[in-house]
Design a protein around this ligand. Structure first.
Ligand SMILES: [Ca+2]
Ligand SMILES: [Ca+2]
Ligand SMILES: [Ca+2]
Length: 399
């Protein structure tokens, strides 16, 4: 009898402990917080490519034996783009040696990208004395397929190179030369043989293939049939990654879902959104864009909410670090999408690291760094009553 009471008592205790454990377990993230899944409605064949691309992007860690280097920055895509969210300044890339449209003046010294690591027996690169350079933190990779599916005509319609409407804002595309291995978009617009770039902080990359083949080569020292040159000797080498793997990674990036706004119906957030427009943030951070046609059903002729115009803007001298790409000026930057902003702390180790090099550790600090074309709009933000600033920031964190 006594034994029975003891056993029953232990069972009660165990049940209580189990319950306590459950409370300690982190809550499963809401669906709207998960970023590394695919858009809905992929065909089984598309889903298979997505999974293969996911594995190559996140799990394949290169070594000397599989082609790493000899000069490199990191050993896998996922090491910089963890969980596909914004990266930490620990994983910053450095580029140097270009000041204007005439191209990179330091190609003979390893420009544009610095490979700060090397296999044993090789010298890592350093930025040549006197060269301007930029440090770029890894952007989030979510929703890039939507951005890829926007037509050139849509981007051009947002540009206002001569500020014809007189609002002080004159977004321009970055006109870049098309790498010979890239396919033109079906509706491509070109000017004097130059094409519209849309990826990267300077909008210096045409499409996701350029980003991917370029990253394998420049970030990891992995050659492909697209980018066959060794980062050390400059010699053409046999591919160290297959075209099939590259294409799977491109498909993975294209099919990653986009961040979804959270608590959109909260009164403070609705108010913050109105302030965003009233102050004029929306003049560059265009809330809504439309895609053209896409073989991925979810991306085909649809609206999405990235909060960017994909154009370059003069952001003033504080953000001029003396380096550029394509036709962008050293003080011009592509408006970054604001979707996912509120989720970015999670992949940045618990703090914000905003702007191209991560120098702003709060949203307020990021806004205060806006100059050039955004100067007047920043001034309007500064004069907002404190509670309006709070509402605006709450709205931005809901994105
Ligand atoms: Ca290699
Ligand atoms: Ca280099
Ligand atoms: Ca204008």
């Amino acid at each position: 009898m006594r034994q029975c009471i003891l056993v029953a008592g232990m069972l009660v205790l165990m049940a209580a402990m189990l319950d306590a454990c459950k409370k300690l377990e982190p809550k499963a993230p809401a669906n709207s917080d998960i970023l590394d899944g695919p858009v809905e409605g992929l065909t089984p064949e598309q889903n298979e490519r997505f999974l293969k691309g996911d594995a190559a992007f996140n799990n394949e860690i290169f070594t000397k034996e599989t082609g790493l280097g000899p000069l490199f920055v990191s050993t896998s895509c996922g090491s910089c783009h963890a969980g596909d969210g914004k990266g930490h300044p620990f994983t910053t890339l450095t580029r140097f040696g270009q000041y204007d449209e005439t191209g990179n003046q330091y190609l003979h010294l390893g420009g544009p990208q610095l490979q700060n690591r090397a296999l044993p027996g090789y010298e890592p690169e350093t930025v040549p004395a006197g060269s301007g350079f930029s440090k770029f933190t890894p952007p989030a990779n979510t929703g890039l397929g939507y951005i890829d599916a926007v037509s050139d005509a849509t981007i051009l319609a947002l540009a206002d190179p001569d500020d014809a409407d007189g609002d002080g804002i004159s977004g321009v595309p970055n006109w870049i030369s098309l790498k010979p291995y890239l396919d033109e978009r079906p509706d491509a617009v070109s000017k004097n043989g130059r094409y519209i770039g849309r990826f990267g902080k300077k909008a210096g990359a045409y499409d996701l293939m350029q980003q991917t083949a370029g990253a394998y080569n420049q970030d990891m020292g992995i050659t492909s049939s697209y980018e066959p040159y060794d980062t050390y000797t400059g010699n053409e080498l046999d591919p160290e990654v297959s075209n099939e793997t590259l294409q799977n990674v491109v498909f993975y990036l294209r099919a990653l879902k986009a961040p979804v706004q959270r608590n959109a119906n909260d009164a403070a957030i609705i108010n913050g959104k109105a302030i965003f427009t009233q102050v004029g943030c929306n003049k560059c951070h265009t809330p809504e864009l439309k895609t053209g046609t896409s073989p991925i059903a979810a991306l085909n002729n649809t609206s999405f909410f990235p909060y960017t115009d994909l154009l370059l803007h003069d952001m003033g001298s504080q953000l001029d670090d003396g380096y550029t790409e394509g036709s962008a000026k050293t003080y011009e930057w592509r408006t970054p999408p604001l979707w996912g902003l509120g989720l970015s702390k999670r992949s940045q180790g618990g703090s914000y690291y905003l702007m191209h090099d991560g120098r702003a550790t709060t949203i307020d600090a990021a806004i205060l760094l806006h100059g050039g074309e955004a100067e007047k709009i920043k001034d309007r933000y500064i004069t907002l009553p404190e509670q309006d600033k709070q509402a605006l920031i709450k709205f931005l964190e809901s994105l």
